[in-house]
Design a protein around this ligand. Structure first.
Ligand SMILES: [Zn+2]
Length: 310
C-alpha cells in the first residue's frame, strides 16, 4: 500500500537546461519547436507564476534505466545520426549524438522524478516535455526515441512503489507503442483518444477511441467525459500518466481536429480534476504539438494549475 503524507496546493514542474537541443537547428524546416518548453518555463517565471518551490530539476535517465525497456542493439543504433535524422525529421548533419540523446535522457529523467514525487507526496507533477508514446523497445518513430512513460512504469513497478498504472493519452496520434508494449500486461491500462490510429489490438484494460475528422469542442469533450468515466469504473490505478498532447488544437500544423484554445484547456482541466479529485498520483507529460502557436496550449494548462487551487 502506498504511503501518502500530505497534499499540497503547489504542483511541481520538471525542467532542466538539458531539455533543449544544444546545437542550432536554424534553417531546418521541421515542425518541431525545440525551444517551446524553455519558452513556457521562462514565461511562467517572468510572470512569477512558476516559483523556485515549484521547480524540480531532474537528472538524466541512466542507461541502466533505458535498458528496462529498450534493447541494447537499439540504443547503439541511436548513435547513428542518419538514423536519428529519419526519426526526428531534422537535418542532424551538424549535430553531435550526445546532444540528442541528452535531451531524451533528461526529459525521461523528468518523468522518473515526477513519478517519484507523485507517488511519495501525491503532488501533481508536470514534465515540460515527454510522453514519447511512439518509441518501441527496438525502434523509434514520430519524433519519439525513448519511451519515458514505459521506463517509469517498469522502474517503479520493480521498486514496488506502485502496481497498477494507467496511461491517459489525448495526443492527436494514437499511443501505439504503449499499447503494443503493454498488450499482455493486466496491470497497465492504456486509454488513447485520437484522430490518427496506427494499430489495432484487442485487449482488456484498453480503450482506443478513433475520433471523427474535424472533431470540434462539444463532440470531443462529451466523448472524453463518457469514456474516461467508464475507464475509471473498470480500473483503479495507483498512478496515472496523462499525455496531454496539444496537437488536437485547431491551429496545430499536423492534427486536423478543430478544438479551440478554450476547449483544450477545458479538456486538460477535466482530466486533471478527475484524477486529482480521486486522490490518485498524477504525472502530466506534454506529448506532441506542432507549429508556432502550439506552446500556448501546454502553457495555459500549467499556468492555470500553478495559479488556481483545484
Ligand atoms: Zn501527436
Amino acid at each position: 500500500m502506498l504511503k501518502r503524507f500530505f497534499r499540497s496546493e503547489y504542483v511541481k514542474v520538471l525542467f532542466s537546461s538539458d531539455y533543449v537541443f544544444s546545437v542550432p537547428c536554424m534553417g531546418c524546416d521541421s515542425l518541431l519547436d525545440l525551444m517551446k518548453y524553455r519558452n513556457i518555463k521562462d514565461k511562467l517565471i517572468k510572470e512569477k507564476t512558476l516559483k523556485p518551490k515549484n521547480m524540480l530539476r531532474p537528472d538524466m535517465c541512466s542507461y541502466d534505466d533505458l535498458r528496462l525497456v529498450h534493447k541494447d542493439s537499439y540504443l547503439k543504433k541511436l548513435a547513428d545520426n542518419q538514423h536519428l535524422s529519419e526519426i526526428l525529421k531534422l537535418d542532424l548533419s551538424f549535430m553531435i549524438f550526445d546532444s540528442v540523446m541528452e535531451y531524451y535522457r533528461a526529459v525521461t529523467g523528468g518523468t522518473l522524478l515526477g513519478t517519484a514525487y507523485a507517488l511519495r507526496w501525491n503532488i501533481p507533477c508536470f514534465n515540460l516535455g515527454g510522453g514519447f508514446h511512439h518509441a518501441h523497445p527496438d525502434k523509434g518513430e514520430g519524433f519519439c526515441l525513448i519511451n519515458d512513460v514505459a521506463i517509469a512504469i517498469e522502474k517503479f513497478r520493480k521498486l514496488k512503489r506502485a502496481q497498477k498504472f494507467m496511461i491517459v493519452d489525448l495526443d492527436f496520434h494514437q499511443g501505439n507503442a504503449n499499447l503494443l508494449y503493454f498488450k499482455d500486461d493486466p496491470n497497465v491500462y492504456t486509454f488513447s483518444m485520437h484522430g490518427d490510429e496506427w494499430i489495432k489490438i484487442d485487449r482488456p484494460y484498453n480503450k482506443d477511441i478513433l475520433l471523427p475528422e474535424n472533431c470540434g469542442d462539444d463532440e470531443y469533450l462529451s466523448i472524453l467525459k463518457n469514456e474516461l468515466k467508464e475507464s475509471f469504473m473498470e480500473f483503479k490505478p495507483d498512478i496515472v500518466y496523462y499525455i496531454a498532447g496539444s496537437d488536437p488544437y485547431e491551429k496545430d500544423m499536423i492534427g486536423d481536429m478543430k478544438i479551440s484554445r478554450e476547449g483544450m484547456l477545458e479538456r486538460n482541466l477535466f482530466v486533471y480534476r478527475k484524477i486529482v479529485n480521486k486522490n490518485i498520483p498524477l504525472v502530466v507529460l506534454a506529448g506532441g504539438g506542432y507549429g508556432p502557436e502550439s506552446w500556448e496550449i501546454y502553457y495555459d494548462f500549467v499556468s492555470y494549475c500553478l495559479t488556481n487551487k483545484i
